[in-house]
Design a binder for this molecule. Structure first.
Ligand code: 4AD
Ligand code: MG
Length: 481
């Protein structure tokens, strides 16, 4: 390779050496100083050109966004903010960029504007930092599980099942919808979607993960999942990545321990391997918060917030305890919640979750044992209590500023109880024989959970909108490319 990556040059000790840099122009000042970035670092290298000896037709083409090759000597920099720079002896243009048309100018652009040019925002420092952290977290997830002898298991993307039973699926069909096959009632026969089956994009790899856990012991999936929910929030995507470990012989407590260890491990890994990116993101957030009133700014900066999570054990409470806290809370008493907590049984809204983690406990909270009626059919059922209430061995992990980061449970391993629950919620038994076989042949206690990967990236980068932590967000309004 003729050129050296900028990241290497910035820490190089070989002053005086002849080097070649290839990258994109960030700024060009005084016909003399080019800030060049090649994506390897959030920092640029400065090339100082001898403009008197650089032809006018080249000078004109050194514009923001243009790709350049600079050859020169690596020297100590006299300028502020950089240790080294390149004293250029040769500059050539590899790819022009028309300054009138290039949308990224050397100034601060709003995240909203950058979302509209998602194909170019990858070249900004903010998105370089965000996607480097995303990359580090993804690697750390594999490392965590591989070091613990979990098998990376590939669950299918096209499936006939609705793992969550929530009906939020994107249909996958081979039908000619202009001339579809019809049922005797005259409706489109989606049973013919995919050569005799109704099919959709997966909402979760869990059910297939359970099959694998009862074969390999410990497995994890890590791939894209899809939800056809029309929710335009800063926490929801139609296409998001999920990490779903599933473990045989794990009960709920083991499941919680693993989830807490995983989250702490991967956040620490990002802090250790992306210090410059996280420092940049911390400062970015501090800058952004300056526009907020003082009482709405966070008490901790990003790095303090991440370290706080590493240093504190997550609070563990039951749903019933959470309801008691919320009922007695000031916003509930003063009717400041949009949805008031009046009794036992309703699902927690995000305002309640945020109150628990941000105001009451001020740290991540694991809520367990939710009412059976508001959770998925596959969760292990607890005995009915003395008040006639029945809960399931569910766990949700809530994070400050994020809300639900993880959803999981111990699974119902008893065939009869599972069948009864499926019948109650209307899941056709005949379509789930493959899943039910796990409970027929060698059923054992087992547990698992799903981490929303983008919510993890959101927390670790301090970004505030989930559309800004995935390269090409799929939401009802963003599906162009
Ligand atoms: O709570 P959920 O729906 O749980 C499951 O899918 C289980 N099958 C997981 C399991 O036990 N194996 O989703 C898990 C997590 C949520 O806690 C949230 O972090 C994330 O996935 N998530 C979303 N992230 C972005 N956009 C969406 N629309 C999301 N829906 C869920
Ligand atoms: Mg959930």
């Amino acid at each position: 390779m003729e050129h050296t990556r900028i990241k290497e040059l910035l820490k190089s000790e070989e002053l005086g050496k002849e080097v070649v840099v290839k990258g994109w122009v960030k700024t060009f000042r005084n016909n003399q100083f080019i800030a060049i970035n090649d994506g390897s670092s959030i920092n640029n290298i400065q090339a100082v050109i001898d403009y008197e000896n650089t032809p006018e037709h080249i000078l004109k083409r050194i514009t923001t966004g243009a790709a350049v090759r600079v050859k020169g000597q690596l020297v100590e920099s006299l300028g502020k903010g950089q240790r080294v720079e390149v004293k250029a002896s040769e500059v050539s243009i590899l790819g022009d960029s028309d300054p009138e048309k290039y949308p990224l100018q050397p100034k601060k652009h709003s995240l909203e504007f950058l979302r509209e040019i998602a194909h170019l925002r990858l070249r900004t420092t903010t998105f370089n930092a965000v996607f480097k952290v995303r990359n580090a977290l993804a690697f750390a997830i594999h490392k965590f599980f591989q070091d613990r002898d979990f098998v990376y298991f590939h669950s299918p993307i096209i499936t006939g099942s609705d793992a969550e039973g929530a009906g939020e699926m994107f249909r996958v069909t081979t039908l000619d919808l202009k001339n579809p096959p019809l049922t005797p009632e005259g409706e489109v026969d989606f049973k013919e979607d995919f050569f005799g089956r109704s099919t959709n994009l997966t909402v979760s790899g869990q059910l297939e993960g359970e099959l694998a856990a009862l074969a390999f012991g410990n497995i994890y999936t890590f791939g894209p999942t899809f939800r056809a929910e029309n929710s335009n929030t800063t926490r929801h995507l139609a296409e998001f990545w999920m990490i779903e470990p599933e473990m045989a012989f794990y009960e709920l407590e083991d499941n919680m321990d693993l989830a807490e260890d995983l989250l702490k491990y991967v956040i620490k890994y990002a802090l250790d391997t992306c210090p410059e990116e996280i420092e940049f993101l911390k400062n970015r957030l501090l800058e952004e918060e300056k526009s907020k009133p003082k009482n709405e700014r966070s008490e901790l900066n990003l790095i303090e917030k991440l370290n706080f999570v590493l240093e504190n054990k997550f609070e563990r409470i039951t749903y019933t305890e959470a309801i008691e806290i919320l009922k007695k809370s000031k916003p509930n008493q003063k009717k400041q919640f949009k949805y008031l907590i009046e009794g036992w049984g309703a699902d927690l809204q995000s305002e309640h979750e945020r109150y628990l983690v941000e105001k009451h406990f001020k740290k991540p909270v694991i809520i367990t044992d939710y009412p059976r009626e508001i959770k998925s059919f596959y969760m292990k059922q607890n005995e009915v209590d003395e008040n006639g209430r029945q809960t399931v061995r569910a766990m949700d992990i809530l994070f400050p500023g994020i809300g639900e980061m993880v959803g999981g449970s111990q699974r119902e391993e008893n065939l009869d109880k599972l069948l009864a629950r499926m019948a109650e919620v209307g899941i056709p038994e005949e379509e789930m024989q493959w899943f039910l076989d796990t409970r027929r042949f060698g059923s054992v206690p087992h547990s698992g959970f799903g981490v929303g990967f983008e919510r993890l990236v959101l927390f670790t980068t301090g970004m505030t909108n989930i559309r800004d932590v995935i390269p090409f967000p799929r939401t009802p309004k963003n599906a162009e490319f």
